[in-house]
Design a protein around this ligand. Sequence first.
Ligand code: PLP
Length: 454
Amino acid sequence: MSNPLAGIPADKETVQALDRAHVFHSWSAQGLIDPLPIKSAQGSYFTDYDGKTYLDFSSQLVNVNIGYQHPKLVAAIAEYAQTMTTIQPAFANDARSEAARLICEVAPGDLNRVFFTNGGAEATENALRMAKLHTGRHKVLAAYRSYHGATAGAISMTGDPRRWGAEPAMPGIVHFWGPYLYRSAFHSATAEEETDRALQHLRDTIMVEGAQTIAAIILETVVGTNGILVPPPGYLEGVRAICDEHGIVMIADEVMAGFGRCGEWFAIDHWGVTPDLIAFAKGVNSGYLPLGGVLINDAIAATFDQRVYPGGLTYSGHPLACASAVASINIFKEEGIIDNARRLGADVIGPELAKIADRHPSVGEVRGLGVFWAVELVRSRTTREPLVPYNAAGAAAAPMNEFAAACKERGLWPMTHFNRTHVVPPCTATEQEVREGLAILDEALETADRHASD
Ligand code: PLP
């Protein structure tokens, strides 16, 4: 097998220089960034060109659920590439058929069809379109503190600052507040209050928007980038009931929370709720190749039995990407990866983060499940003032940058966002790796403690 990069200089300086000259990076001022060149990755670690290895507590963008270079997954991709590297979506293909079957098998309820995409944004984008066409209504309710992707509809549904640059956004999208007890929009003191009040707020929003105009409610089952917000008991059940009452499609965005991240196949399994559509991506094949999709229930699928679904992608159900999903799901089953994620959360990350919270005045709250946790950093535990302001940049973000630098110096790659660090290692991480990472986090938090007053 010939290496396509044979003969190209592989030193750090060349990689860096070509990147700076020709690569345009996401979400960045191009002149202000200095991307770290990465040479290799294995398991829960990746290594730079200076030979420094980092334990990955970010799973890249919370997608490498199976860890890096899983030998069986790499072999499966190489093997299937010998058979079929591409075939367009109008044909039937064995890898696509089997991937769809396996994904439906692990999905709840009657989610029996899959529309494949290349990633998460196209998944939420198509879920939005399906819901509108199925109901004949034009509005969608989406939560603040959410991220649904960067294409036109997906970014319009997003409830965080990433949407601002894309505004004016797609018409018909209305944002509401979801539950978040630590910073309750409803002044709740208990989880029960938060559930009741967040559901009442949703009902009120529907009342004033007009239920007959609303096609869908989309929410991240467990909110990811915006804070690992685990819904309080009864909330998702309540959203399901509201959707049923008004004929509104319930869309669960499981792009980040799905495929083992929360210690279940889908995060929503924790609450026994069946949404009408599930958007997935990331963990379905750990990003070894780009893949996402929408799981569709029987009723919505039936809408498009005799009526054309007006949507498609050249690479919908890409055979090689689908083959990697087949291999990945089977490896998850063979190796008990979901059980591992659940155990790590319950036995290691949860208890250890609770101890860390006790020790550090800068830790306001820790929360999460599976391998999906947030440590929320504050200047005061009494006032809950965030360690850095919402959407802070430059000097205002310095305390978080100092904390991240302290982790990296010690060989831990953290995932920081606003005033939080998320603990999101691969689902395949070992207990020892997780303990090693948490010990570094513990030390690095001393940088944040310097800014905390009580
Ligand atoms: N939805 C959620 C919950 C996400 O976390 C993301 C990405 O982080 C997306 C959608 C968009 O996925 P992609 O970046 O693959 O388009």
